[in-house]
Design a protein around this ligand. Structure first.
Ligand code: HEC
Length: 185
């Protein structure tokens, strides 16, 4: 009983502070929807590119369309993108927070947590930040695996001379979706 009262008075004290912004869990739910839409659009573009023109043509799809798709899905409130500890596109460079989350994802995976549901979020400096792990799938190996076809390797070397995003196996942590929402005052 005592404990319940304490919880209640704590909740009442905190309520005005928490109410000022949408509850964090609600923001995380919004972020999950954004990730599903953005991730779905990306995967559809890669699949279509592969089916229509094979992997080399699909590289062009990713190269040109991935940043454009990210742009399209970044509405006024949400910014969406991808990052990784082993980058292909240097524009996807992680910042400090992203770097630390990528490191924690790697540790969480090593201790047995599934990548499928792995996420992290935080409110910092008036921003809600969210990351979701991206696992390497069979579909990805043609461009991120350890046995790239020669034309694929050549095209990647032309476009990304500092490419580190190769040598992956199915089920490994390829990177993460990264989202930011600016919170209103
Ligand atoms: C046809 C080749 C191709 C396939 C297949 C492919 N990718 Fe990529 N990937 C690329 C290219 C090219 C880029 C760089 C484009 C960009 O995002 O600016 C890239 C970038 C990325 C990035 C952004 C971080 C970075 O390294 O720059 C992630 C994460 C990623 N790919 C994950 C995946 C996953 C997961 C799959 C499978 C579901 C996949 N890719 C399949 C070619 C491919």
């Amino acid at each position: 009983m005592k404990k319940a009262l304490l919880t209640l008075s704590l909740a009442l004290t905190l309520a005005p502070i928490v109410k000022a912004e949408a509850p964090v869990e609600q923001l995380a739910e919004e972020a999950r929807v954004q990730v599903q839409q953005f991730g779905g659009a990306l995967k559809a573009a890669v699949k279509q590119g592969m089916e229509q023109g094979g992997p080399v043509a699909a590289i062009n799809t990713c190269h040109l369309q991935a940043p454009a798709i990210a742009e399209q899905h970044s509405q006024s409130e949400w910014q969406v993108g991808r990052t990784s500890a082993k980058l292909r596109n240097p524009d996807n460079q992680p910042d400090k927070w992203e770097q630390s989350v990528l490191e924690s994802f790697a540790k969480r995976m090593a201790s047995g947590e599934s990548l499928a549901t792995m996420e992290a979020f935080s409110v910092e400096n008036g921003e809600f930040r969210y990351m979701k792990a991206i696992a390497t799938e069979g579909l990805c190996l043609g461009c991120h695996g350890d046995k790239l076809a020669e034309p694929v390797a050549n095209r990647l070397a032309e476009l990304y001379p500092a490419d580190k995003a190769v040598g992956y196996q199915e089920g490994q942590l390829r990177g993460a979706f990264t989202l930011v929402k600016t919170l209103k005052e």
